[in-house]
Ligand binder design. Structure first.
Ligand code: 5GP
Ligand code: ZN
Length: 111
């Protein structure tokens, strides 16, 4: 889908203030970190949710996963957690696909 002028993350992709980028994907720092390190990895092009992952060709989906690992390595992260919220009741508030990359001492357990 083309950039959506009403989409916050489409605007952040366009503003160029990225931790790291690769062909088609960017990483940014979460404005309200939920852990010591909290990055967001997102496709440059607008996809509403991971539920729509079929819109990504296989090669692009694979590159997205590889980029998450590259971003984590570049941040010096060994152990980290990757989360995607899909839909409002799962906590999704921004409807432009993004992967949370979380690490550090403040990371809560799933217990
Ligand atoms: P979601 O709740 O949709 O899974 O995640 C949205 C994330 O975007 C939240 O963790 C929130 O803190 C982050 N966020 C919201 N607005 C901004 C912003 O303007 N800039 C950045 N960098 N992150 C934002
Ligand atoms: Zn968007």
């Amino acid at each position: 889908m083309p950039p959506d002028p009403n989409c916050l993350f489409c605007r952040l992709v366009a503003d160029g203030d990225h931790v790291r980028s690769t062909d088609g994907f960017v990483a940014i720092r979460d404005i309200n970190p939920a852990a010591e390190t909290h990055l967001l990895v997102l496709p440059e092009r607008h996809i509403d949710t991971l539920r729509d992952v079929a819109e990504l060709p296989d090669e692009e989906a694979a590159r997205m996963l590889r980029f998450i690992a590259e971003v984590a390595a570049a941040e010096g992260l060994e152990d980290y957690r990757v989360i995607v919220n899909i839909g409002p009741s799962a906590g999704q508030t921004v409807f432009h696909l993004h992967w949370h990359v979380l690490a550090g001492s403040a990371l809560p357990g799933f217990h």
